[in-house]
Structures are given as C-alpha cells and as structure tokens.
Design a protein around this ligand. Structure first.
Ligand SMILES: *Cc1c(COP(=O)(O)O)cnc(C)c1O
Length: 375
C-alpha cells in the first residue's frame, strides 16, 4: 500500500538528538530551541518566534494573548481543522463561521464584514493547503474594525503572500510541525509575533505565566508569577529533531513542489474535459506544496474513487467535516454567512499522497488515479 503520508527524515535528526543528550539540557529553551527560534525569525522576519508543543498550543496562546473572554466572537472558516475553533472556544468565545472561496478554499474575505458584530474580537484565517488567504483585504477589514488578525498557518511554512511569509502578516501566526506537515518534529508548533506588541507577554504565557525568560537573560534578578499562563514549550529533544528538519527546509519544499507539479500537469486534461477540478494557486501566492487535492463531481464519485484507489494499493483521504454542522460546532459556534461552498466542496475533495520519497511511486499513483477516474 502506498501510504497517504510518510514522515520524511533528513538523516540529521538522530545526531542532533545525541547532541542535545550530550548537552545535558533536556527541558525547553536550550540551545536547540534557540537555534529553531533564530531560524524561524530569520526566515519569516517575525519579531519573535516561540516553539510550542503543537500548532494547537500556539493558537491557544494567541487566544490568551488577545484576552478572549466568554461572550466574545471570533470569525473563522468552517472548512478547517478543529484546533482553529477550540483555541477560542476554550476561552469561552463563540466561533462565527464564514464560507470559503470557490478557488482557493480559503475564507471568503468578501463575507467577513457582514459577520462582524459588536462582540467580534478577532479574525482567525486559515491558509488552506499552504496557499495564502487574501491578506490585503483581510488586514484592511481588521484595521477598519480594530480587530487583530490571527493566521492559522499550520500548513503554511515556507509559503508567501505578495512576498511576505505566511504567519507574519497578521498580528499573530501559528505553525505546525506535526508529522503530517512539511517540516516536522512528531508533535510540534510555533507561535509567531509579527511585531513587539505581543512578544513579551507571549514569552510569559508560554512559561507558566512567569518572567523566567527575562530572568535567564539577566533582565530581572528573580523570576515570579506575573500573568496567567501555561506550559507550552517543547523539550530540547523535540527541538533537536526539528533543527535537523529546518536545515533541509528548502530542499524538502523543492521536492514537494516537484511532486505537486507532476500531479498538476497530469490532471490538466481531465480538468479541461470537466471530470475534476485542480487546486488554484493565485499568481501572488507562492505555495509550499503542502497538499495536492482534487475536487470530484460529487460525494458518490469521491467515495468510489477512494475505494478504487485502495483496491489499487494507494491510500487517499478526505477532510474536513465542516465545523458548523459538527456537534461541537452547533454548541459553540454559529454561521456568519451562508455555507454553500463549504458544504459543496467538503463532499467532493480528495487528497492524494504527497511526501518526500513518493518520487519512486508517483507513476504508479498517477496510473491508479487514471484507472480510478475512468471507470
Ligand atoms: C495540522 C493543523 C492544525 C493542528 O496542528 P497541531 O500541530 O497538530 O496542533 C491546526 N490547524 C490546521 C489548519 C492544521 O492543518
């Protein structure tokens, strides 16, 4: 069976883990964590980057930093992973879902303004498949209504919007290093602070509400409990693994892009014939080949495609079950727009395998796709 995902190891991870072991510093914020922070800040231009144990944790930190409270509302797409919503629901907020664009499947910026009420406190966008949302328009809406913009850039490392790295365009951004993402550490993530506004408090919230980081920099002579916080930092072993991945981030992205291009070229004729629709990447969005998906005619076509692919030994998957109709979505959220695009595409989308090392199987995958589509 050709799996849908296979975590890629660069070959450096174990040597770095051995080094972390040798350093004798195993808790968070040791030399490897600092190295990852420096890499992220240099790569993205963020004022501050902080490793977390997941993107979920980074989003929870964002909700704390924005002082989200019961009764507040946060606008987001329904076509996303549950963590986007949970981060704000855990603070007592109501999540307000807005439909996505037909082309990129990202939040439809033209529907955001109508979903804003006197209770709205933030806009949380999701860069689906590592392709940017329309950030100019979204930042403009944020500025007009005094609403911070959070980027769930879980899928967006190494992608840009008009040249700007994803995760650093809104006030706060969150990356994921989960093993299903492009750059991995098993579980892992990072919070990015675009400017100084949230940087200092982010350090405190991440370190159990203490000013421990300042203490270690010699900026205060003792550390104490100064804010509400939790423990969001990963240990050094995780950071060492991640550092091994970061060294090869450019090569990893290039190899993924080459596979993505193979798919895209291959399915051009099927799209022209109207049998499927391929992903859309606007010219001003540089993507990272996080995902290759197809939109099939309907749910029935998708169900049989997945079954046929399985019979041909290729694993394919679908997502997301729209949040607005899920049990917790009904309890904690409401719709701020119609949901026709979300409901339509979530029934028809199928994801194809895309991982570094798939090169030697890609011909077999493409052949299986052709056979599964033509029945
Ligand atoms: C993967 C993902 C997350 C969660 O990432 P974790 O690191 O597993 O917490 C959140 N949002 C989106 C859009 C994702 O794809």
């Amino acid at each position: 069976m050709i799996p849908f995902n296979k975590p890629y190891m660069t070959g450096r991870e174990l040597a770095y883990i051995a080094q972390a072991h040798g350093n004798g510093h195993l808790s968070g914020d040791g030399p490897f964590t600092k190295r990852c922070h420096a890499w992220l800040e240099a790569r993205t231009g963020a004022k501050k980057a902080l490793l977390t144990h997941s993107c979920t944790a980074a989003l929870e930190m964002a909700a704390l930093l924005l002082d989200i409270e019961p009764g507040d509302e946060v606008i987001m797409p329904s076509f996303t992973f549950v963590s986007t919503a949970n981060a704000f629901v855990l603070r007592g907020a109501t999540v307000v879902f807005v439909d996505v664009r037909r082309d990129t499947l990202n939040i439809d910026e033209s529907l955001i303004e109508a979903a804003i009420t006197s209770r709205t406190r933030a806009i949380c966008v999701v860069h689906y498949a590592g392709v940017s949302c329309e950030m100019d328009a979204i930042l403009k809406i944020g500025a007009a209504h005094d609403l911070p913009v959070v980027e769930d850039a879980a899928q967006g490392i190494m992608s840009t919007y008009r040249g700007a790295p994803l995760g650093t365009i809104g006030e706060l951004g969150a990356f994921s290093f989960h093993e299903t993402k492009n750059i991995i550490s098993g579980e892992g993530g990072a919070l990015l602070c675009r400017d100084a506004t949230y940087a200092e408090r982010a350090e405190i919230i991440r370190e159990k509400g203490t000013n421990r980081s300042k203490f270690f920099r010699g900026q205060v002579d003792k550390y104490s409990w100064v804010d509400a916080g939790s423990s969001y930092l990963p240990g050094e072993i995780t950071a060492a693994f991640l550092a091994g991945q970061m060294d090869d981030a450019v090569a990893i992205t290039q190899r993924r892009l080459a596979l993505w291009d193979r798919y895209h070229t291959h399915f051009e004729s099927a799209e022209t014939q109207g049998t499927l629709r391929r992903p859309v990447v606007p010219a001003h969005c540089e993507h990272n080949a996080h995902m290759y998906y197809l939109l099939l005619p309907d749910l029935e076509a998708r169900t049989s495609f997945i079954a046929r692919m399985k019979a041909l030994s290729v694993q394919t998957v679908f997502h997301y079950i729209p949040l607005h109709g899920a049990p917790a979505g009904l309890k904690y959220g409401r719709c701020g727009s119609g949901m026709s695009v979300t409901e339509d595409i979530s029934d028809r989308l199928v994801r194809l395998p895309l991982w570094v090392g798939l090169e030697e199987h890609i011909d077999q995958v493409l052949e299986a796709c052709d056979r599964s589509l033509s029945v």
